[in-house]
Design a protein around this ligand. Structure first.
Ligand code: SF4
Length: 344
């Protein structure tokens, strides 16, 4: 156990730029700025939600933390240790304290192994000397911990339901006794009722094991049930970053507001009254990120400065950061009611 007192994970100005090789006649390679200067901290036992549409760079952040991608620049500290600067050998010891859970557990589970064997394989990696009896007991405890009856241990992934497969993916992640789990869209492929069960399982495990999560999702409805802080990401950058309670009571960035306006409201009258903020066009390609504020071609309140100058992420108080030149206009964007979204 580390004596480090600061955040469990600290990311400073992380960039992940991919070079796209062009044809022989093209003079310059294109660069995809998948992550372009992202900074954040996550304290032990807390959850950071990262939200944005597909292709905005959320998963790339997770892969840089696990060194699946080699970050272009920036720093990542885990328990105070600079993990990008350390050797592969030293990192392999730390890596077991960090796990990733994927959207499609089926794709990441070996179809030829039983549920028991899948968890056991990860469990024994650095516990080769443990007696077989102890290994069996510990693997069974992990299955039970995630809500899988021990009898299901003999089944293969294709014999499990989607929810059971995700529970198995979680059990495997827990097998290394991790401190940080990067959950990449872990409930997106599940039915709504099963989503709630898996989110509750994540929360229960966090309470029991003091786990720290980075919870990646494409919509704010899922993240609201689990995150303490939320970062909203658009084309490689954070555009808003704040406590979860502040996000839902005082969203400011026009993109955040558009994501929130897409969440269904259970109250029928409120839902009928509500005006959804429909964004113009699709997310631009990360190969051709628009100049200035990358959101400007779709933003209902953009002005000429937005196309020219990249807005910085400013602290507006209470740990609430927003990157927008026109907070005054953004504040007045209406999410509920039949009026125009843009102030008169
Ligand atoms: Fe919209 Fe301009 Fe703010 Fe970007 S900076 S979100 S384009 S108002």
């Amino acid at each position: 156990m580390s004596n480090h007192k600061g955040p469990l994970l600290k990311v400073e100005n992380l960039k992940m730029h991919f070079s796209l090789k062009r044809g022989l006649l093209d003079k310059q390679d294109k660069v995809v700025k998948a992550v372009d200067g992202v900074s954040f901290e996550v304290h032990k036992g807390r959850t950071l939600g990262i939200v944005g549409e597909s292709g905005c760079g959320k998963t790339t952040i997770g892969k840089c933390i696990l060194r699946i991608h080699q970050a272009s620049s920036g720093k990542i500290f885990f328990n105070g240790q600079d993990i990008l600067g350390m050797s592969e050998r030293n990192f392999s010891k730390i890596k077991r304290k960090m796990q990733m859970i994927f959207q499609d557990p089926y794709g990441s589970l070996d179809p030829r192994q039983s549920a028991f064997s899948i968890v056991k394989e990860t469990y024994v990696e650095d516990r080769k000397r443990q007696p077989a009896r102890v290994v069996k007991e510990e693997v069974e405890k992990l299955l039970v911990r995630v809500g899988l009856p021990v009898e299901l241990g003999i089944r293969y992934p294709h014999e499990l339901s989607g929810g059971q497969r995700q529970r198995l993916g979680i059990a495997r992640a827990l097998a290394t006794d991790p401190e940080l789990i990067i959950c990449d869209e872990p409930v997106s492929a599940l039915d709504v009722s099963i989503q709630a069960q898996i989110i509750n399982l994540f929360k229960q495990l966090q309470r029991q094991m003091q786990l720290t999560y980075i919870f990646i999702a494409h919509d704010l409805a899922v993240v609201r049930h689990i995150a303490d802080r939320v970062a909203v990401m658009y084309l490689g950058r954070f555009v808003e970053h704040m406590d979860a309670a502040e996000l839902y009571s005082n969203p400011l960035h026009p993109y955040t507001k558009s994501l929130l306006s897409a969440i269904p409201i259970i109250d029928y009258d409120a839902e009928r009254q509500r005006k959804r903020i429909i964004l113009k066009g699709e997310v631009p390609s990360p190969i051709n990120v628009p100049s200035g504020c990358a959101f400007h071609p779709r933003c209902p309140v953009a002005s000429s400065i937005c196309a020219e100058v990249v807005p910085g992420l400013e602290d507006i108080g209470n740990g609430h950061y927003v990157a927008c030149h026109h907070l005054d206009l953004a504040r007045e964007m209406v999410m509920i009611g039949p009026q125009s979204q843009k102030p008169a």
